[in-house]
Ligand binder design. Structure first.
Ligand code: E4P
Length: 217
């Protein structure tokens, strides 16, 4: 499974890219606003750090406006993927953009029907939001299971990005289900390094090594 970083923070992207953990990046208007920097400048900088797909979201709500923004965004770098909301207008835009060879990521997917329609419209990626479903008492991972099954049934090439990831268990479950990608906030990725037995084990090894060095003299 590929790991994308769900952030527009270039320092964090650099930090995890150095460990080889960043296959791509997803941003959204909220994440861009958090950084307080020029939208296009941030996307260009992220694309210079990460070779994989970098999602940049349109803000127009009509197909014509989305297509215009998408064409501009796609010129920022070769690895830009245009994020389009899951609406009728959005899929109209995806249909046009896919024929122009512009890669799209259909976002705010909350049902298997939405996923199937986005794929049929020509989306390169779809982003089902598991955390936001869990928040309203629905099962986010159940949706991933349904979409994985449906895409397998019809050999659909659209890749599934598990989004709105809130904790390490979401990542494990996404991998168990065979989702293509999880887009992970850096705080969650940080937690995934940790295990108390790893810390305890290092502590023991260090103490034993000190003893060994002392006795050797
Ligand atoms: C996905 O591409 C979105 O940027 C993101 O995962 C949304 O997550 P949230 O529900 O934590 O805002």
């Amino acid at each position: 499974m590929k790991f994308f970083l769900d952030t527009a923070n270039v320092d964090k992207i650099r930090e995890f890219a150095e460990i080889g953990l960043v296959d791509g990046v997803t941003t959204n208007p909220t994440l861009i606003a958090k950084e307080g920097r020029d939208f296009h400048e941030v996307i260009k900088e992220i694309c210079s750090i990460v070779k994989g797909p970098v999602s940049a979201e349109v803000t127009a709500l009509d197909a014509e406006g989305m297509i215009k923004e998408a064409r501009e965004l796609s010129k920022l770098a070769d690895n830009v993927v245009v994020k389009i909301p899951m609406t009728k207008e959005g899929l109209k835009a995806v249909n046009v953009l896919s024929k122009e060879g512009i890669k799209t990521n259909v976002t705010l997917v909350f049902s298997a029907n939405q996923a199937l329609m986005a794929a049929k419209a020509g989306a390169t990626y779809i982003s089902p939001f598991v955390g936001r479903l869990d928040d309203i008492g629905q099962n986010g991972m159940q949706l991933i299971a349904e979409i994985v099954q449906i895409f397998r049934n019809y050999d659909i090439k659209t890749e599934i990005i598990v989004a709105s990831v809130r904790h390490p268990m979401h990542v494990i479950e996404a991998a168990e289900l065979g989702a293509d990608i999880a887009t992970i906030p850096f705080a969650v990725l940080d937690k995934m390094f940790n295990h108390p037995l790893t810390d305890k084990g290092i502590d023991r090894f260090m103490k034993d090594w000190e003893e060994y060095l002392k006795n050797k003299k």
